[in-house]
Structures are given as C-alpha cells and as structure tokens.
Ligand binder design. Structure first.
Ligand SMILES: Cc1cc2nc3c(=O)[nH]c(=O)nc-3n(C[C@H](O)[C@H](O)[C@H](O)COP(=O)(O)OP(=O)(O)OC[C@H]3O[C@@H](n4cnc5c(N)ncnc54)[C@H](O)[C@@H]3O)c2cc1C
Length: 67
C-alpha cells in the first residue's frame, strides 16, 4: 500500500531541520533512512502531514566514538 500524501522537506542544515520540527510539532516526523517510517506509513500506522528528511545534513551521516 502507498503512503498517504505528505509534504516532504529536505533541509540542508540542522537549524533548518529544527525550525521545521518546531513549526510543525506533532504533525512532523523525521525521516532518516526510511527503513521503518515509510513501511509504517504504507500500513497507515503513521500519517505525518510533514516528513523532514535529515539524510542530507552534513554531520548527521554517522555516529563516531570520541576518545
Ligand atoms: C525490513 C527491515 C529490516 C530491519 N532489520 C533490522 C536489523 O537487522 N537490525 C536492526 O537493528 N533494525 C532493523 N530494522 C529496524 C530499522 O533499522 C530501525 O527501525 C531503524 O530505526 C530505521 O532507521 P531509519 O534511519 O531507516 O529510520 P526511519 O525509518 O527514517 O525512522 C524510524 C523512526 O525514527 C524516527 N527518527 C528517525 N531519525 C530520528 C532522529 N534523529 N530523531 C528522532 N526521531 C528519529 C522517525 O520519525 C521514525 O519514527 C529493520 C527494519 C525493516 C523494515
């Protein structure tokens, strides 16, 4: 099943992403890789109006252990 309609946001900076999340609050969900969110939306178990894709923000691409 296809996900219901939603507005896709692709912020380039962390500040922009945080601004979108603050603006849309409970109506927004973060998309990281989409492994879980997109299937859930397809099953109608999640219906966010706004999806904020953080996959292109520099510095959020991985987790690094600091010494
Ligand atoms: C077919 C399949 C196989 C899987 N296999 C494994 C496996 O082998 N091992 C394993 O550990 N997991 C597995 N998973 C689970 C999956 O990897 C996790 O659910 C993981 O969270 C998905 O990451 P994602 O980046 O794709 O997140 P998304 O699908 O984009 O998001 C998942 C949820 O986390 C929220 N979210 C994402 N990023 C953030 C953030 N930065 N801050 C706050 N909320 C956030 C989203 O809004 C959403 O609610 C599998 C899932 C599927 C569908």
């Amino acid at each position: 099943m296809k996900a219901p309609p939603f507005i896709y946001h692709r912020p380039d900076t962390l500040d922009e992403a945080l601004g979108l999340l603050a603006e849309h609050d409970d109506d927004a969900k973060i998309l990281a890789g989409g492994q879980s969110l997109i299937p859930l939306m397809g099953l109608r178990m999640g219906r966010p109006e706004h999806v904020v894709d953080i996959g292109h923000i520099p510095g959020l691409a991985g987790v690094v252990k600091r010494a």
